[in-house]
Design a protein around this ligand. Sequence first.
Ligand code: AMP
Ligand code: ZN
Length: 489
Amino acid sequence: MEQKLYIYNSLSRKKELFEPIVEGNVGMYVCGPTVYSDVHLGNVRTFLTFDIVYRYLQFLGYKVRYVRNITDVGHLVGDGDVGEDKIAKKAKLEKLEPMEIVQKYTNGFHDVMRLFNILNPSIEPTATGHIVEQIEMIQEIIQNGYAYESNGSVYFDVRKFNEKYPYGKLSGRVIDDLYTNTRELDGQDEKRDALDFAIWKQADPSHIMQWNSPWGKGFPGWHLECSVMSTKYLGKTFDIHGGGMDLKFPHHECEIAQNVGATGHEPVRYWMHGNMLTVNGRKMAKSEGNGFTPEELVTGNHKLLDKGYSPMTVRFFMLQGHYTSTLDFSNEALQAAERGYKRMTAAMKLMEKLAPSDTSDENIQAITDACYAAMNDDFNTPILISHLFEGVRIINSINDGKLKLTAPDIALLSKTMDEFFHQVLGLNIEDAGANDALTEQLMNFILEMRSNAKSNKDFVTSDLIRDSLAKLNIQIKDTKEGATWSINE
Ligand code: AMP
Ligand code: ZN
């Protein structure tokens, strides 16, 4: 690979040169959604973060196997070992089969991903599709002595594991501190130790999602599916594992323990965590009531929204923050992003029409290099966008006749803007829509009338057209190829 890519590894807590296990190939696993409700914009931010990683790796020429799962069983309401299954609870509430709930919200999730131009993964496995493999991994962990059966459930033995391997190294939690924050076991508890977590749960007869196992009827624990499906599709050790910051503990910490407990191998080379989308400083979450759905965002139909915003505006807004920082939602920030996005797309359209000169006033290669450097520095999209705005300034200046570039430099600038805007950032020039298409046709018609007037030396009419358009903030420019128009913002 020509480019040297550095990734912030949450495990080592530093930026590291990215070197995949198999040259030219990358295995990447990202925790997918729990499909029991509509996704909110916070979820979208995390999936967008890894969409950028996926896109840039491919852009650099890597062959990427990207696995993003669907959690359709085992994620309990309290995110721990007790309470109802989130899917089963919703199924009862909506009076549907659990698999109808799963299908409904999986479809919804896919629609949202498409709306924001987030690419499909290479494999999208489900937890319920891998019950057999999950049972097998539990057996391996038991055989290795890191799990025990209790009353039809199986628990991971954290203290035993910690005797040989450090538990808590990803989240930076020390096992003794964890005890002080964990409730005491009561005498009824099936667990031997308060830190142990369920990898298989016994199901009482009323539980609607259950499978046969060597320990009786039950269902897998939430953390287990990701260990199992990542190992199955990417191997015992693979390159990148991602998810939102809130999954670091306990979910990812437990994943590491399960993988090491089953295979003896450290599963992941580079752990990546996307930071949270917040609203007035608070994490956007379903439970907070501050999580609007993408549909509400586009229509503006939510108490927190002043108006609707287009999907590409939102994508642009999110990419103006680095994924490791929190990003606070506000109408002002979105409106600023809307203006920025429009300015960039207007320049992208102008780019095709730029007239070359004999000399260049700018070093375009330096801008191209800076774009790569930004992305190579842990996917720094905000810095990349600032370099693309440098390109916007140059395009506008050439168009205004204030700056010159040679044809090869124009071609390089076009290629750089095009590749980083479309392929790397996954932005689209939003469909102009019927009104804009009509405007385009009307403008062509008016410009033709003006051109005819000029050829007939009817300068009164041609000037009248130009001045009338100027009052509407529409600027006409005469070039060798004919007249062009643009809207002054
Ligand atoms: P869930 O469906 O709740 O398991 O969440 C799916 C993904 O969205 C996980 O990777 C979470 O870490 C992530 N997520 C949840 N809330 C937010 C938020 N406010 N900002 C960014 N990511 C989030
Ligand atoms: Zn996971």
